[in-house]
Design a binder for this molecule. Structure first.
Ligand SMILES: O=c1ccn([C@@H]2O[C@H](COP(=O)(O)OP(=O)(O)O[C@H]3OC[C@H](O)[C@H](O)[C@H]3O)[C@@H](O)[C@H]2O)c(=O)[nH]1
Ligand SMILES: [Mn+2]
Length: 405
């Protein structure tokens, strides 16, 4: 484990959200990387149980009593006895970025034997643009030592804001229960050194165990649905959130990336238990996926919240024939947005001082380095002078070419 303290980019702009029913000793392995960040621990299950958190971490812990106290009647939209409860942490955070990780995920090593700082890689993924419109065959063009390949349109090289960074897993891959049952000994040993933008118009199976996102731009869509207790389905919260998030990200021309970083997943759950939770999803999704593939939002949907409410109407109209559950889910989607707006309205959120600092640095940045933000993007190379400037940087790109999508 690295002995020296690691630089902590965005440490005041990012929360780490952990859903748990277990003691959090796994944090010891992450201490060099997480030690300077604020944790939001969402305790599932029996609220009277004490969760052990290793000394020295800065955290807030919320159990079911806290969820009920803070949300009141709206607490019904937060799942119980499922990792989907983690989205409560997204709701109460006041930060621009979220990284969420499961408590059976540990620090992995890259092929050189180095410990992987998964959080730093997620931050890098989020702070550099994505390329949803045109696939770069040399993968991430903004990565040191890579670039856009010949034939890649100059007018598209500025890229688009990245809103989701989806990491992967060594050891236990995120297989569904049937696959785990027929391949109980299979382990993922393949380290693929790549980050890719998931092309616009494509859905993907989002796994919540090693995931980061831009809470400011897409957080309202990161609802993990109604799972487990009281519901006919479980273990699909992250998949549902990923489908909703991707169609909304496409609508706003935001990018979603997958690939690095890897974590080491030492799966703690039982495939038999998962089978009981997941099985109905295996056939529902044969209709749910075509539904999402057909989703289009009207131009009036100018915010994530408006898109999400529109999506809830489509769910109610076009999926309820599958099962009354989708009526309940559509209602919960609306409740989620109501809770999101209530907890995140300007009145609710104190204006963070650093935002003012960021805008002032934007002014100085604009005068000092217009070239790196106006010219270089079109030459396919983005320099991130200072990661924490990203939020101001995002609004300072200027297109040299007008390219109608
Ligand atoms: O009722 C529960 C069960 C678990 N948790 C916490 O959620 C995290 C995931 O739990 P676990 O690692 O046991 O789940 P897996 O079987 O590995 O499946 C995961 O697969 C990836 C998915 O994205 C999702 O995370 C899981 O489905 C862990 O931190 C548990 O403590 C819970 O809060 N409530
Ligand atoms: Mn797991």
């Amino acid at each position: 484990m690295p002995s020296t303290k690691v630089v902590a980019p965005l440490k005041d702009e990012l929360d780490i959200v952990i859903p748990t029913m277990r003691n959090l000793d796994f944090l010891e392995t992450w201490r060099p990387f997480f030690g300077q960040y604020h944790l939001i621990i969402v305790q599932d299950g029996d609220p009277s149980k004490t969760i052990h958190v290793p000394e020295g971490f800065d955290y807030d812990l919320y159990n079911r009593n806290d969820i009920n106290r803070i949300l009141g009647p709206k607490a019904t939209c937060i799942s119980f006895m499922d990792s989907a409860c983690r989205c409560f942490g997204f709701l109460v955070s006041k930060k621009n970025y979220i990284f969420t990780i499961d408590d059976d995920c540990f620090v992995a090593k890259d092929p050189s034997g180095q410990d992987i700082n998964a959080l730093a890689q997620h931050i890098q993924n989020l702070l550099t643009p994505a390329t949803p419109f045109f696939f770069n065959t040399l993968y991430d063009p903004y990565r040191e030592g890579a670039d856009f390949v010949r034939g890649y349109p100059l007018s598209l090289r500025e890229g688009k804001p990245t809103v989701v960074s989806h990491g992967l897993w060594l050891n236990n891959p995120d297989y569904d229960a049937p696959t785990q049952l027929v391949k109980p000994l299979e382990r993922n040993t393949r380290y693929v050194d790549a980050v890719q933008t998931i092309p616009m118009g494509n859905l993907f199976p989002m796994c919540g165990m090693n995931l980061a996102f831009d809470r400011e731009l897409i957080g309202a869509a990161m609802y993990f649905g109604l799972m487990c207790v009281g519901q006919p389905i479980g273990g699909y919260g992250d998949l549902w959130a990923g489908w909703c998030t991707k169609v909304i990200a496409d609508h706003f021309r935001f990018g979603v990336k997958t690939g690095l970083p890897y974590i080491w997943h030492r799966k703690a759950s039982s495939p038999f238990v998962n089978m009981k939770k997941e099985y109905v999803g295996l056939y529902w999704q044969e209709e749910v996926i075509p539904f999402f593939q057909s989703v289009e939002f009207p131009r009036e949907c100018t915010t994530v919240q408006k898109c999400y409410i529109e999506l809830s109407k489509m769910v109610r109209e076009r999926l309820a024939h599958l099962d009354p559950y989708f009526q309940t889910l559509a209602d919960a989607m609306v409740t989620w947005i109501e809770a999101w707006d209530e907890l995140n309205s300007v009145a609710a959120a104190p204006v963070p001082v650093d935002k003012k600092d960021a805008s002032s640095s934007a002014d100085t940045m604009e005068s000092e380095s217009w070239y790196s933000y106006y010219i270089e993007p079109c030459l396919g190379r983005i320099r991130i002078d200072n990661m924490s400037k990203r939020s101001s940087q995002r609004f300072h790109y200027t297109k040299l070419y007008q390219y109608d999508k």
